[in-house]
Design a protein around this ligand. Structure first.
Ligand SMILES: Nc1ncnc2c1ncn2[C@@H]1O[C@H](COP(=O)(O)OP(=O)(O)OP(=O)(O)O)[C@@H](O)[C@H]1O
Ligand SMILES: [Mg+2]
Length: 359
């Protein structure tokens, strides 16, 4: 997968912008607040139809404008792609692929694929278990769209079950019991399937994660990732039965894949509570690089790797090491602080005041 060119109209701080990218490494440079992340965000938008900063549509449209347009020319395994998304501040977005309007904007998903690392990814290490589950689930969806369905099936039954638990007021009437039996059967089907997919994924990720971390950290650090739901030993059906009383009393589903944790350990210590800020950041980066690697291995083309502000909090050795160990394929990285001495990007883009120029 290769992004060749990007055109922006009224996206964030950009009135009009046009940028060309190298098939290998492109560096996006410029001072704080001038539009580097915005540029990467626009590329990410074409891949996912959402902002990797979690910003709503209105924030993506330049203040004072009604709509933003993001257009890109890409090459996917020798096939030319022309992608276009129109983002409407308060309305329905539209998309085109190869100049054909798509019935739903969502039909653009999957055409351009990207892996994103952003400063917010520190939450993968420091945040709640839900942040790490989301990382696993998003990676699964990049591997195969069927996981999207599996996750929505699970979410639906969890919502239904939660509503029933609340309604029941803690009483297990025969009706409540019957309905719980039905929900639990669905929860077991979707939950066990998702949990075993997550477990297989972690098995594939772990060695790559450990390598990626060691390369960035420049030492053998013994990184381990484990996804070992406590309910798996007995099976979800029995675990749900065992927790039924508790669930009713508390009015929530206390057991299942929506409560599981991905444990991340560096040199025997839990990284969330023990690792330094720089180590946590290196680990977050390694998690993204590992997912990128696994997705590249298991799908037909490697996603574009977008690294936003990747050198901040990495010392010069780690920054150099990262540049030396970038995966094959295309990488677009941004930095406010200048490039490490050994860097030799194929293209440099200078961002100033909402304009982009080759530099
Ligand atoms: N909808 C919008 N309309 C106009 N300007 C916007 C909009 N959204 C964001 N901006 C402007 O974009 C700028 C931020 O750009 P961006 O986040 O890309 O900066 P950056 O170059 O990545 O900076 P840093 O190095 O600090 O990360 C802000 O100054 C903000 O005012
Ligand atoms: Mg930024």
């Amino acid at each position: 997968m290769q992004l060749r060119r990007l055109w922006l109209t009224d996206f964030r701080g950009y009135r009009e912008a046009d940028a060309a990218f190298d098939p290998g490494l492109t560096a996006v440079l410029g001072p704080n607040g001038h539009g580097k992340t915005n540029l990467l965000e626009a590329i990410g938008y074409l891949a996912t139809l959402s902002s990797f900063r979690g910003a709503p549509n209105e924030a993506l449209v330049r203040a004072g404008a009604e709509r933003a347009i993001v257009r890109a020319e890409a090459d996917r395994e020798g096939r030319d792609l022309l992608l276009e998304a129109e983002i409407v501040a308060n309305g329905r977005n539209r998309a085109q692929l190869n100049k054909q309007p798509l019935r739903r904007a969502r039909d653009l998903l999957g055409a351009l694929r990207a892996t994103v690392f952003s400063p917010d990814d520190l939450t993968l290490v420091k945040g709640s278990p839900g942040d790490r589950r989301r990382y696993l689930d998003e990676t699964l969806v990049s591997l195969h769209p069927r996981y999207d369905q599996m996750q929505s099936d699970l979410d639906r039954v969890l919502r239904q079950r939660g509503a029933l638990l609340k309604q029941s007021g803690g009483r297990l009437t025969p009706e409540v019991e019957l309905t719980l039996d039905v929900f639990d059967a669905k929860l077991v089907a979707a939950g066990e399937a998702l949990a075993s997919a997550r477990q297989n994924l972690v098995g594939a990720l772990e060695p790559v994660l450990a390598d990626a971390y060691d390369q960035v950290a420049q030492q053998a650090a013994e990184v381990h990732a484990t996804y070992d739901p406590p309910w798996m030993a007995v099976g979800l059906a029995d675990a749900l039965l065992a927790s039924r009383k508790d669930d009713l009393r508390r009015g929530v589903s206390t057991v299942g894949p929506h409560r599981d944790e991905l444990d991340l350990v560096i040199a025997g210590l839990p990284s969330r509570t023990h690792a330094s800020q720089g180590e946590q950041r290196s680990l977050a980066l390694a998690l993204r690089l590992a997912a990128h690697h696994v997705v590249t291995e298991h799908t037909d083309s490697s996603p574009v790797l977008l690294l936003d502000d990747v050198f901040s909090e990495l010392d010069p050795e780690r920054s150099d090491a990262l540049l030396r160990s970038l995966p094959p394929g295309q990488t677009i990285l941004s930095t406010a602080g200048g490039l490490p001495a050994g860097a030799s990007p194929g293209a440099v883009l200078q961002v100033r005041d909402g304009t982009v120029a080759p530099g």
